[in-house]
Design a protein around this ligand. Structure first.
Ligand code: C2E
Ligand code: MG
Ligand code: MG
Length: 566
């Protein structure tokens, strides 16, 4: 299949590859002057018997380089004639050259000029092809990121030089939604027809609205609008996204791709740097994807916070190694007796530069990467250490930690927990693992198997944030859990909002029917606790009882609230 050509690949040749315009005329004049000068030099230094004759090769080769084989032939002939019939062998005697002599020399010049000209043309052609390949995407033939950055560089320079504040350059990052899944299902053979189809639709939009289209990589395209207005940019962004909403035909199969976009602009979002401008457009694109939007404009505050989150993620391993992470414990009490039953370990990061960082600011990122595995192991170690200390002091509480859905995808996870609990010498029943229903989404059977192994050893399991996930009753009755933790979003305002109260009541009833303990989290005052007692809830946890606290404070809190299981 022939690659589609695009008008935007028309870049200017590099200076050494060919000269244009005034430089071409100057080159022509230079060649003529040099040939004439060598003629004069040869004549005045004694004629064609001198070595100066060979200097004529310089303008002949120069003409071949500048004007190709035609130029080489023409100026080779001219050089042969200048040193030909009218140039004597010896100027002093005026002896003429034999015919064969100058005709042979002229023929050599013509052949040499023509051949070197042809060689230069070939080299030129190859160099152009190489450059073109380096600046275009091999699948679609659209200009690639190098070409885009080069264009941006020129445009930004131009805008700065013109000193016109109204000149605005927009960069629109465009990511296909369904590309990876499609290639996964249809195979790599679908790549070219699909991407070429996308390229052609985007080119059509680009031509209509004055935008240049670039293909950066696989499912990433970019539009650039120079000297454009916000309104024009918006129209182009919308149309670019919309033109990809109708299915593509790949070998008779209708394939839906869809796309989302992110916009950054110069000089609004970035002062001087093409790479950073492009980065910002792609940050906005990623945000649009995460938020499920069609497009987003770059926002400096959001951009900086995602950069910070990224930096933090990079520092997390070091934070574990250097002991910057520790657990705070939030007591859980028996709703009816008011006695301490246990505590939930909640992770805290004391960053040397940023101070305390809440778990919500780094755990979701760690969950998206493999870092959640070492993190959970670290938390388990901290919790078991503290639990051993408390038990050694006679404070025989339960301790729960939070386990992420992704942890269950680690095939060594269960073995590791069992080995660590065993090594700590703790009764497995003193440890509780809290997980959310999202853990079941990827591979419910495998996760249920893992939970079963944990439960068989006596480790307690509870479903966290109950009511916010997808609660499948089929799975709920098969899960070897011992408690449902009703999400705080229902508990906090259950006295004011009757819908929340109904959900809490129903959840308590469901837990009781399934033979599970009900735990209400987010209990912020005594009235809520009293209401939970009336509803028959078993366990409560919340700011109204105690906030998460360091281990030392938990000890004091436990002593002040007598009745911990001894
Ligand atoms: P979670 O497991 O549902 O933990 C309860 C969160 O609610 C805690 O926030 C706690 O401080 C807060 N909370 C407790 N009582 C109240 C209350 O009465 N009112 C209000 N407004 N909030 C209350 P925190 O410590 O910021 O933790 C947030 C989430 O971060 C946790 O939700 C859990 O999903 C996650 N997390 C915390 N530590 C870990 C950990 O070690 N590993 C994993 N995987 N996740 C953790
Ligand atoms: Mg929890
Ligand atoms: Mg929770």
């Amino acid at each position: 299949m022939e690659l589609p050509r695009t008008p935007w690949t028309s870049w200017r040749p590099e200076p050494w590859l060919g000269v244009t315009g005034a430089w071409r005329l100057a080159g022509l004049a230079l060649v003529v002057v040099l040939i004439a000068a060598v003629g004069v030099l040869v004549y005045y230094t004694g004629g064609t018997s001198t070595a100066y004759l060979n200097l004529i090769l310089i303008p002949v080769i120069l003409s071949a380089a500048l004007f190709g084989w035609r130029g080489g032939l023409l100026f080779g002939l001219l050089a042969g004639l200048v040193l030909g019939p009218f140039m004597p062998i010896d100027t002093a005697t005026g002896e003429p050259q034999p015919l064969l002599n100058w005709v042979t020399r002229a023929t050599i010049y013509v052949v040499l000029g023509g051949f070197t000209g042809w060689l230069f043309t070939r080299l030129n052609h190859h160099a152009r092809q190489l450059l073109e390949r380096a600046r275009s995407n091999p699948v679609t033939g659209l200009p690639n990121r190098q070409a885009l950055e080069g264009q941006l560089h020129q445009r930004i320079r131009g805008a700065e030089a013109s000193n016109a504040p109204a000149v605005r350059i927009f960069v629109v990052g465009l990511q296909l939604d369904n590309y990876q899944d499609t290639i996964g299902a249809l195979g790599l053979g679908a790549e070219q027809p699909l991407l070429c189809g996308v390229a052609r639709r985007l080119e059509a939009v680009g031509e209509r609205l004055g935008a240049q289209v670039y293909h950066l990589h696989d499912d990433q395209f970019t539009l650039m609008l120079a000297d454009s207005s916000q309104r024009e940019n918006l129209a182009a962004t919308r149309q670019a996204v919309e033109c990809l909403q109708t299915p593509f035909d790949v070998e008779g199969i209708p394939v839906y791709l869809g796309a989302h976009a992110g916009v950054a602009s110069f000089p609004f979002h970035e002062q001087d740097d093409p790479e950073r401008l492009l980065t910002k457009a792609w940050m906005a694109t990623r945000e649009a994807g995460q938020a499920g939007r069609r497009y987003r404009t770059y926002n400096r505050r959001r951009g900086e916070s995602s950069r910070l989150a990224m930096e933090r993620l990079g520092e997390l391993q070091q934070a574990m190694d250097q002991g910057q992470l520790h657990l705070h414990y939030q007591p859980k009490i028996d709703v009816h007796e008011g006695t301490l039953l246990g505590a939930e370990g909640l992770l805290r990061w004391q960053h040397p530069r940023y101070g305390a960082i809440a778990p919500g600011e780094f755990i979701p990122q760690a969950e998206r990467t493999g870092l959640i595995d070492p993190l959970t192991r670290h938390v388990l170690e901290l919790a078991l250490n503290d639990l051993s200390t408390l038990w050694a002091e006679g404070l025989r509480v339960h301790m729960s930690i939070n386990v992420s859905a992704r942890n269950f995808l680690d095939p060594t996870f269960v073995d590791h927990i069992l080995a660590t609990v065993d090594a700590a010498g703790i009764a497995p029943g003193a440890l509780e693992l809290e997980f959310t229903e999202t853990a079941l989404m990827d591979d419910p059977e495998e996760v249920i198997g893992a939970l079963q192994r944990l439960a068989n050893t006596g480790i307690e399991l509870s479903i966290d944030d109950f009511g916010t996930g997808y609660s499948s009753m089929t799975y709920l009755q098969r899960l070897p859990v011992s408690a449902l933790k009703i999400d705080q979003s229902f508990v906090r305002q259950m006295l004011e909002r009757s819908v929340d109260a109904q959900i809490v009541r129903a959840s308590i009833g469901l837990a009781a029917d399934l033979g599970l303990q009900s735990i209400a989290e987010g209990v912020e005052d005594a009235a809520t606790l009293a209401r939970l007692r009336e509803l028959g809830c078993d366990v409560a946890q919340g700011f109204g009882i105690a906030r998460p606290m360091p281990l030392d404070q938990l000890r004091h809190w436990a002593r002040d609230h007598q009745g911990a299981t001894a």
